[in-house]
Design a protein around this ligand. Structure first.
Ligand code: XMP
Length: 504
């Protein structure tokens, strides 16, 4: 049972799916123009039609299968989706009628979807087209200054159109509006972390029965949850943790202790020297990534051959990866960076990807249910190439040692002062320059460390974290005192875009 979100290319489609799951309804995203059979395969209890950069009056506008409207399913249409609903019901949509972008105030009747909500209701809009005439018999539920028909419903109340975006944070009561639609549609609300975890364990048990499973463990939350699922499902597995020598202070011991403590059959390969050799003389970031990726695959392949044979390779693919690779949805946004843990198809295993329907925050919740310690569950993302893309220029053992210590001081201070959970990611970068400083005994020529801390929802965009100046002051003093090679500490105040989170 699910709510199928038909995607017409809106930048907010993933948000719709996430909000519905926060409301405990299981949502899946399907390409807006998908045939009715593909929609039915998800056993929908209700449909949501997303927004779109397109205009419904354009001849090539993406349209759903006509059986969507012929069905008896409850439908919520958002923005473009509302226009589709209005047209299908015999209403009229006019292009360029309202140019409403950003905040607006919705004046509503105070009943149904809007009962008990503030009057007017602050909402977020982004549209040029607008419904000029509602379909015959439909009721207008609300209007804004620019748009007289900003919310409408069919006579039986099972089809609702909203001109604004209830899924974005800028519509503060949007989740309540969505929740009321789900209530009226009679949608099952069973998508809880407990149910999801149970379902995943059963799925893994059924799928991997009798076959041995290999897993690349990175210490990150996805592969750790995956490893735990294998343990809970009682599957015959081996997890391989490749120490590429580019990890943070104490990371390997922490990961090994945590995963083994939870019953994961974990094999550690210490390949630091091999990776360092592969990186020697390389300064270009993409070349570093390539060298690390190739070495990783070689090391992993050798270990797999030693421990094998295996039938399955478990991978921590998440729902955004599935959506972004163009499967399921219309908006194909391809992430540019590759995961070093991403292994090539020619390794010849069947893939086991039980997390492929989950968002990152859901993986963390499932991890909580499965007993994953918070030290791993809530840890910041860490790139596959590790510290190699944070030592700018050539990666040497000396540079790595300096960076590792500086990073450790920064992250420890964040933890000690209760700020670690406030930021999405925090890191130190070692710059390939030296600057002059002065200490009690004279002038010094020291290294420069840049600190970066960002807030973000998904890493695609980010803002620099407004860490308290007093805190930054303490961190700078701590790093220069405890890591004598560092003579200067700077703080990165660039957003993404234009900068990326990592410096390389
Ligand atoms: P950027 O630097 O692109 O980073 O703003 C966005 C997020 O992705 C992580 N990142 C990587 N992860 N392999 C990975 O597995 C990589 O090569 C890589 N590069 C960046 C980065 O740490 C941030 O969380």
């Amino acid at each position: 049972m699910s709510v199928v979100v038909l995607d017409f290319g809106s930048q907010y489609t993933q948000l719709i799916a996430r909000r519905l799951r926060e409301l405990r309804a299981f949502s899946v995203i399907v390409r807006g123009t998908a045939p009715w059979e593909d929609i039915l395969a998800h056993r929908p209890q209700a449909l949501v039609l997303s927004g779109s950069p397109a205009s419904v009056v354009a001849p090539d506008a993406p349209r759903p299968d006509p059986r969507v409207f012929a069905s008896a399913l409850p439908i919520l249409g958002i923005c473009y989706g509302m226009h589709l609903l209005a047209l299908a019901g015999g209403g009229r949509v006019v292009p360029g009628r309202a140019h409403e972008y950003g905040r607006a105030a919705l004046v509503h009747g105070g009943t149904g979807l809007f009962a008990g909500l503030p009057q007017p209701l602050p909402v977020w809009t982004s549209h040029g087209d607008a419904v000029a005439d509602p379909p015959p018999g439909w009721e207008v539920l609300g209007s804004t200054a620019e748009c007289p028909i900003a919310a409408l419903a069919s006579p039986d109340g099972r089809r609702v159109g909203l001109q604004f975006h209830p899924e974005v944070a800028h519509t503060p009561h949007g989740k309540e509006v969505l929740g009321r639609f789900l209530d009226r549609a009679g949608v099952d609300r069973t998508w809880t972390p407990e149910n999801v975890a149970e379902r995943l364990v059963v799925e893994v048990r059924d799928r991997a029965q009798g076959g041995r499973v290999l897993l690349a463990a990175s210490g990150g939350v996805d592969s750790s949850v995956l490893a735990l699922l294998l343990v809970r499902a009682g599957v015959d597995h081996k997890a391989v943790f490749v120490d590429h020598g580019l990890l943070r202070e104490g990371e390997r011991d922490e990961v090994v202790a945590a995963l083994r403590g939870l019953g994961v059959c974990l094999h550690v390969v210490d390949a630091s020297d091999r990776f360092l050799r592969a990186l020697r003389g390389i300064r270009d970031p993409e070349e570093k990534r390539r060298a690390i990726g190739a070495t990783f695959i070689a090391v992993f392949r050798e270990k797999a051959a030693e421990l094998g044979p295996f039938r399955f390779l478990a991978q921590g693919t998440l729902y955004p990866d599935v959506i972004e690779s163009g499967e399921g949805a219309g908006a194909a946004k391809i992430k540019s960076h590759h995961n070093v843990g991403g292994l090539p198809a020619e390794l010849g295993f069947e893939l086991l990807e039980p997390l492929r329907l989950l968002f990152k925050d859901e993986v963390r919740e499932v991890g909580r249910v499965l007993g994953l310690p918070d030290s791993i569950r809530l840890r910041h993302p860490f790139p596959g190439p590790g510290l190699a893309v944070r030592v700018l220029g050539e990666v040497t053992p000396e540079a790595l040692a300096i960076l590792r210590r500086a990073d450790h001081e920064f992250v420890s201070a964040l933890r000690e002062e209760g700020l670690y959970g406030e930021v999405w990611q925090a890191l130190a970068v070692l710059l390939p320059v030296r600057t002059v400083g002065v200490t009690g005994d004279g002038r010094r020529y020291g290294h420069v460390v840049a600190l970066r801390a960002v807030t973000s929802a998904d890493g695609m965009t980010a803002d620099w974290a407004r860490l308290p100046p007093e805190f930054l002051d303490r961190v700078a003093a701590r790093i220069t005192r405890r890591v004598p090679a560092v003579g200067r500490v700077v703080y990165d105040i660039t957003g993404k875009p234009p900068a990326t989170i990592e410096w390389e």
